[in-house]
Design a protein around this ligand. Sequence first.
Ligand SMILES: *Cc1c(COP(=O)(O)O)cnc(C)c1O
Length: 360
Amino acid sequence: MTRAYNFNAGPAALPLEVLQKAQEEIVDFKGIGMSIMEVSHRSKEYEAVNDETQQLLLELLELPAGYKVLFLQGGASTQFAMLPMNLLTAGKVGSYVMTGSWAEKAIQEAKLIGETHIAASSKEGVLHIPALSEIEIPENAAYLHVTSNETIAGTQYQEFPDTGSIPLVSDMSSDILSRRIDASKFSLIYAGAQKNLGPSGVTIVVAKEDLFNNAPKTIPTMLRYSTYLKNNSLYNTPPVYSIYMVNLVLKWVKEQGGVAAVEKANREKTDLIYNVLDNSGGFYEGLAQKDSRSIMNVTFKLQTEELEKEFLALAKKNGFVGLGGHRSVGHLRASTYNAVPYASCKALVDLLDEFKRTHG
Ligand SMILES: *Cc1c(COP(=O)(O)O)cnc(C)c1O
């Protein structure tokens, strides 16, 4: 068996051990003679998966009591609308830090629901995260929304703002559990699972239990956070297999030594790549401003489009996938999510070195 050097941006690499465990359990989950896909979501077998997955996530995020995990569908893109539907009530304003494509999509949806505000913004044409001191939050803000990691630009917050009594909300789709953070700073965190948590199909929301007390009564049932909260994410049929896979991934994170160990590995992986880019004498160039560099998505370029095409062809020939940049920005991108092994990153820097030697 040869596994690809998988640098896909999402859906993305899953840990081999997790895939093997899933394979082992796919025809007979814990001796029930069926897979977890084939039982009722009201069964005690599924309920155990549901509860344990929530507990594991709260534990790995090191959250105090008062937070709840919800399992939703529709991806992070649905959260762009669901968040303002539930929290952006009359007389309030949704405040957003504009850092790139994903923040932009979040704010566009909020504009459909209510009044919005830009708390701070990246400078035109610069891939960076604005300084925390630039963030201005209006007094009547329903929340401040940040995008902890801009997957397309390859930028990531290095620290998060203090918002006092105003709820801090983050789209953490592409960096949840990639590093230790003070998650208790956030009132709500959401993430599509398909970058760092599992396969697509489930969207995770972690929120303070009392956040939804004032949600408007007119929101459709399935778009109301309180529906999921009151029903332990079992109001309707959840994406059971995706949640089961998230369960296995969270156990894998624990086995690695928890988030601190995963963070250390992520930093080693990306240091390796950034070092090669920075010491290439301008042959390669990182796209993100150094103080905003992501440990999940390394964006970079070569000096001509021709060279980039040649590099991608060589990469493909050598078993690498997913190294093309997002269609909106082009160039190159290596997504180094938690499940991407160090060996893949080592193979990538060897390839970068070789390509420079033969084309530099
Ligand atoms: C991938 C991604 C999204 C979109 O997620 P979907 O689950 O496809 O809707 C949103 N935000 C960020 C930061 C992402 O990386």
